[in-house]
Design a protein around this ligand. Structure first.
Ligand SMILES: Nc1ncnc2c1ncn2[C@@H]1O[C@H](COP(=O)(O)OP(=O)(O)OP(=O)(O)O)[C@@H](O)[C@H]1O
Length: 282
């Protein structure tokens, strides 16, 4: 099956600043992918390269097997702050979508607007942040894209609006084959919504894996202070903290850890991401 996104040594420089460095990854099709990383890590740059809004400085990027082109009907993009046309009504947004997109699903768009309880005659400029995000998602989804790219779509929304948006996204992925790549700083949301995760740090890919694999293979180990080098082979120490008497490690291991010297606890996705973002001895 063709990958939704494939990059080889992808690099993007803005002048002397490197926003993305030597990035190699494969995102399988049909997944809902979360993209996380600190401010400035290169998330928006990667997403804009995937949409064809930017061109690589070096390396290669393929989206659905092709070099990305701005305006491809196979890809829909919702940029940060979910932009809409403030002077246009909701109905005008849908008419514009129909005019611009050969695969426009008018029935879907109208059903969603009705289900959201929105008045088609209302101007987009008068919508709340949550309603605007829902309109942007409706327009993107009604294109019936093969890949939907969302750049921090819920960042400005209150918890209720965020839940509504993510619910709509989950319904969309349940009823269609669309692949999704979504950046967010809200890892708990990604844990509920995504089945694959990419962590960017310092312009590079630190981790790219299925969420189930990440949850199954990462553990917190707590025990008396000791050198993590004493851990048996096949275990990677992602993060370590030490007090005078105690060591706490985040470890990646495919084999079970049954060493009685360690208390072993499960980690949630946020713990795992934070370990990769702060990785290094302390
Ligand atoms: N148009 C630009 N010109 C110059 N530098 C840029 C430009 N766009 C981004 N950068 C720089 O590239 C780096 C990566 O930026 P990018 O917006 O991709 O990060 P991000 O992970 O999306 O950050 P955030 O979480 O804050 O949205 C940053 O150092 C940023 O300052």
């Amino acid at each position: 099956m063709t990958a939704a996104l494939e990059t080889r040594n992808l690099t993007k420089r803005y002048g002397r600043r490197t926003a993305l460095s030597d990035c190699t990854l494969t995102v399988p099709a049909g997944r809902v992918v979360g993209l996380v990383g600190p401010n400035g890590a290169g998330k928006s740059t990667l997403l804009q390269l995937a949409c064809g809004l930017l061109t690589p400085s070096d390396g290669d990027i393929r989206v659905l097997g092709e070099r990305p082109l701005g305006g491809s009907p196979r890809v829909a993009f919702v940029a940060q702050d979910t932009p809409v046309y403030p002077g246009f009504t909701i109905a005008e947004h849908l008419r514009l979508g129909a005019r611009l997109n050969p695969s426009w699903d008018a029935g879907y768009a109208e059903r969603r607007i009705a289900a959201l309880g929105l008045d088609p005659a209302q101007r987009a400029g008068a919508l709340s942040g949550g309603q605007r995000a829902q309109l942007a998602l409706t327009v993107a989804a009604a294109k019936r894209p093969e890949l939907l790219i969302l750049d921090e779509p819920v960042a400005a929304l209150d918890p209720l609006a965020r839940r509504g948006f993510l619910q709509a996204l989950m319904e969309l992925t349940a009823e269609s084959e669309v692949s999704v790549i979504m950046s967010s700083h809200l890892i708990a949301d990604l844990e509920r919504t995504c089945d694959h995760l990419i962590v960017l740090r310092d312009s590079a890919v630190t981790v790219a894996a299925d969420v189930d694999d990440l949850l199954a293979t990462h553990h917190r180990l707590t025990g008396r202070r000791q050198d993590p080098a004493a851990l048996s082979g096949g275990r990677a120490v992602i993060d370590q903290r030490h007090t005078g008497v105690q060591s706490t490690l985040v470890v990646r291991s495919t084999a079970p850890i049954d060493d009685p010297g360690w208390q072993v606890d499960r980690l949630d996705l946020e713990d795992i991401v934070l370990a990769y973002l702060t990785e290094g001895p302390r």
